[in-house]
Every structure is written in structure tokens, then in C-alpha cells.
Design a protein around this ligand. Structure first.
Ligand SMILES: C[S@@+](CC[C@H](N)C(=O)[O-])C[C@H]1O[C@@H](n2cnc3c(N)ncnc32)[C@H](O)[C@@H]1O
Length: 228
């Protein structure tokens, strides 16, 4: 069965770029802090190409993996770009060695992010990752008492520091909205919610009425490093 959030991404692929200003900013920040010029690159959860569009150095081969076909269709194509429409957990992806494995705004939805990061560390010379953490939608979670499902930044940092010699940074972002209804529409359309329907209609209405800020909060963990 296809996981729920993947259906959300596919369905929203055409209007996706209009809702992804944040993901684009994240991808830009991630890629602009890579100072080497890796030649063989694997992008996990490549989406419509935010990472690819920020690579400014000449490279030999770029492999983008995304399980949403509509996203792959939107990704820029070129003779040295290969797109694979499949899950980034597929073990055959890690039978090859890459100069750089990167992933922006996608790894938080891995089936088992710990196992995946272990596999990544064995398959690359260098890694760069931007991962949404459980401080995303912090106020909303605090108000509703819902269980947070995104990974915790500190737990991820400990894992990365075991496997990589790395630089880490957590950044908080705020996206401003005209009203609460558009905030909740954004949560749904951006795919950031993971497509999880955890709130009842009554709870959603209460949040839309009482949410206190004109912004939503996001926390992103950035990691740049070299496997030990
Ligand atoms: C928020 S988008 C980010 C896309 C792009 N990296 C960017 O920075 O704009 C997350 C992407 O990860 C993909 N994705 C989520 N889980 C996946 C999985 N297990 N395997 C492959 N792709 C996955 C989704 O289809 C979606 O295109």
C-alpha cells in the first residue's frame, strides 16, 4: 500500500511549487553550504527539483529518487540526470558509491530514518541533509495535545555525530499567513503534515478559531558531513 503522504504529494504535484517557498529556501541553504564539487550525486526525495536547481558546479551524474511519479515528471531532465520513481529506502540504491548523497525536506518521512542514515553513511564520501523536526508546528501541537510524529533534532544530531564528522545547525522558520484558515490549507497542501488526519473536525475548527499567531513555525535540522 502507498503511504498516505505520498498520495498527498502526487495529488498536489501541479500546485506544489506554489506552496513550497519554504522547501525552496531550505534546499537553497543546504546546497549553498556545500563547498566541494562532488561528481556523482544522489538526491533522496528529489521532488520537483529544488535541490538540483541549486547545484551550481559542473557534475558528471545526478540521480534523483522520488516515489511520487508526478513529482518526477516535474523534475528538470538532462542527459546526465537520471530519475528513479521509487522509494528511497530501496536497498539497491545503496549498492553503489556516491560522491555526495543529499536530501532536502524528505528524510523525515522515511519508514526507518535511523536505518536509512546508517545505509547512507556506508554509501557516500559526503552527505548533506535538511530534515524537518518535531518542533515543526510547535504551537499547534502544544495547543492540541496531538502526538508529534516528526523526528527529534537532538536524537538525530547524536546519530549523525556517531556516523559522520559533521557540521549541524537547527534553523527555525516562520511562514506568515493572512488568516488561520489559509494556514491550515497550507499545512494540507504543502505535504508537511505527512497527510496525517489526526484532528477531528471539531478540533480543527477550534484550532482555526483560536490559533494565536499569524505564522506557522518550522524547525529544520541541517547536517553537512563526511562518514567516519
Ligand atoms: C517536501 S518534498 C521535498 C522535495 C524536494 N527535495 C525539495 O526540496 O523541494 C518531499 C519529497 O519526498 C518524497 N518522498 C517522501 N517519502 C519518500 C520515500 N519513502 N521514498 C521516496 N520519496 C519519498 C515525496 O514524494 C516528495 O516529493
Amino acid at each position: 500500500m502507498i503511504a498516505k503522504h505520498i498520495q498527498e504529494f502526487s495529488k498536489n504535484a501541479y500546485c506544489y511549487d506554489a506552496y513550497t517557498s519554504l522547501q525552496q529556501e531550505v534546499a537553497h541553504y543546504l546546497v549553498s553550504h556545500i563547498s566541494t564539487q562532488p561528481q556523482k550525486i544522489l538526491d533522496l526525495g528529489c521532488g520537483s527539483g529544488a535541490v538540483f536547481k541549486n547545484i551550481s558546479w559542473p557534475f558528471e551524474r545526478f540521480i534523483g529518487v522520488d516515489c511520487a511519479i508526478n513529482m518526477c515528471n516535474l523534475h528538470p531532465k538532462s542527459s546526465n540526470v537520471k530519475l528513479m520513481c521509487e522509494r528511497f529506502e530501496s536497498s539497491h540504491l545503496f549498492e553503489t558509491h556516491y560522491d555526495l548523497i543529499l536530501s532536502s525536506s524528505a528524510l523525515q518521512w522515511a519508514d526507518d530514518i535511523v536505518a536509512l542514515i546508517h545505509k547512507i553513511a556506508l554509501s557516500c564520501k559526503e552527505g548533506a541533509f535538511a530534515i524537518f523536526t518535531d518542533k515543526t508546528f510547535d504551537t499547534l501541537y502544544s495547543m492540541s495535545g496531538l502526538n508529534r510524529f516528526l523526528p527529534n533534532a537532538q536524537a538525530l544530531i547524536s546519530l549523525f555525530e556517531t556516523l559522520f564528522t559533521c557540521k549541524v545547525e537547527t534553523k527555525t522558520f516562520r511562514l506568515y499567513f493572512e488568516d488561520n484558515l489559509s494556514k491550515f490549507r497550507h499545512i494540507k497542501k504543502s505535504g508537511v503534515s505527512g497527510g496525517q488526519k489526526q484532528l477531528s473536525v471539531t478540533q480543527t475548527k477550534a484550532l482555526i478559531t483560536h490559533y494565536p499567531y499569524d505564522y506557522l513555525e518550522y524547525e529544520v535540522l541541517f547536517v553537512w558531513g563526511f562518514p567516519k
